[in-house]
Design a protein around this ligand. Structure first.
Ligand code: PLP
Length: 382
């Protein structure tokens, strides 16, 4: 099957063809989303058995034509690990943790960057720039090396040192900024305008979300095409949440799954929770969070461009948004290491802390199955 697609604005009625590498909607500044001409038919589900064991097994769902090659390091196909003691302790039928820390570069960021870099190079890009809170920078550096293209990265001074060292050792040109990812975003934008480098900042191009979509496709396949009742996801820029929601809608539309859809829950840190605040206020868009602070650097995104899309996915799915404390994150990092053998990033541990809170509050109920997301490897933060 040859994928054929165009771009539709996520906010207004503007459209764009698939050529080149468009940034955001020219009319309203909101992100573009990919719209496929046709989705894979149900009979194609049987052909999955013969596909490679990477996220590119879902290539009919991805923006790649048959004659094109992906820039890949074998990303995706991470395990869905059961947490039976947690399930039993909380009185739930099933709790799983999708361990994205087992990806190349140790985080789920590789899914988005593999697709985005592939499309950017096909569109003629010769150098890249990216603002990062940590893991996106490592992935950008490694995939840039894989494609043998120069990479420039802007990261906060406060980024965990091991993450910075990885970027440096993968050969990126790394610039530290005294500020948060929003400040790095401004520097990256200025650099792109000055030099013509391609800016792969979150939701500033349409293809990272397509890579993140494979998170949703993979859970569906791993659970035998039956989705869990609830998914708890640590939310920063929001591409994971937006991508998964898009995957579930496309799967439903193509008859690969049937309802009900999972309830999506966004977890953020108490020191940076713009999505939680907007959700609780009943707002349709997020407002910038002043002075964001959290050890979960991937959640230190005070003003996400995809706020509106995230809030709409959370509400449409019947889910919610919840903030957890730094102490709860630390406790569940230790719990996961010592009681489950999982070296989770603080963002991943936050999903377990959130699950405990959501069960205690009666929001998640005794008959519901739950997938938690560990989005990265814990050792990168030490
Ligand atoms: C980037 C990142 C997040 C936030 O992900 P989004 O999909 O941008 O919301 C969460 N956890 C880790 C480890 C990250 O690197």
């Amino acid at each position: 099957m040859v994928s054929s697609w165009s771009l539709a604005c996520s906010n207004c009625t503007a459209t764009h063809d698939a050529t080149g590498l468009p940034t955001v909607c020219i009319d309203c500044g909101h992100p573009w989303l990919v719209r496929y001409e046709t989705l894979p038919t149900l009979t194609m589900r049987e052909l999955l058995a013969s596909q490679p064991w990477t996220m590119w097994r879902y290539h009919p769902w991805l923006p790649l034509t048959r004659t094109e090659d992906a820039v890949s390091l074998g990303e995706g196909c991470t395990p869905l690990l059961p947490l039976p003691a947690i399930a039993q302790g909380l009185g739930l039928p099933h709790v799983w943790m999708k361990d994205e820390g087992q990806n190349p570069c140790g985080s789920f960021k590789v899914r988005g960057l593999s697709v985005a870099i592939t499309r950017a190079i096909l569109a003629g890009a010769t150098q890249f720039v990216l603002p990062t809170a940590g893991n996106a920078g490592v992935a950008m550096a490694a995939y840039g090396a894989r494609a043998r293209m120069p990479v420039r990265i802007y990261a906060p001074h406060s980024t965990p040192p091991t993450l910075l060292a990885q970027m440096h050792h993968f050969g990126a040109n790394l610039h530290l900024i005294d500020g948060h990812i929003g400040d790095c975003g401004k520097a990256a934008k200025a650099y792109a305008e000055e030099t013509g480098a391609t800016n792969l900042s979150t939701l500033q191009e349409p293809y990272r979300v397509e890579g993140k979509k494979t998170l949703g496709l993979e859970i569906a396949e791993q659970l035998g095409w039956k989705l869990p009742n609830c998914i708890i996801y640590p939310t920063g820029g929001g591409t994971g949440l937006i991508g998964m929601w898009k995957a579930f809608q496309e799967l439903l539309e193509s008859d690969w799954i049937h309802g009900p859809m999972p309830r999506l829950f966004s977890v953020q840190a108490e020191g940076c929770a713009p999505v939680v605040r907007a959700f609780e206020a009943g707002a349709t868009s997020t407002e910038a969070w002043p002075e964001p602070v959290t050890s979960a650097s991937g959640l230190r995104v005070p003003d996400p461009l995809g706020g509106k899309l995230m809030l709409s996915a959370l509400r449409q799915s019947g889910g919610g948004a919840i903030a957890v404390s730094e102490a709860a994150i630390q406790q569940d990092t230790a719990y996961l290491m010592q009681q489950a053998g999982i070296d989770a990033a603080p963002e991943g541990s936050a999903t377990l802390a959130a699950l405990r809170q959501l069960v205690a509050e009666g929001v998640i109920q005794a008959n519901e199955s739950v997938v938690l997301f560990n989005t990265g490897a814990g050792w990168l933060y030490r």
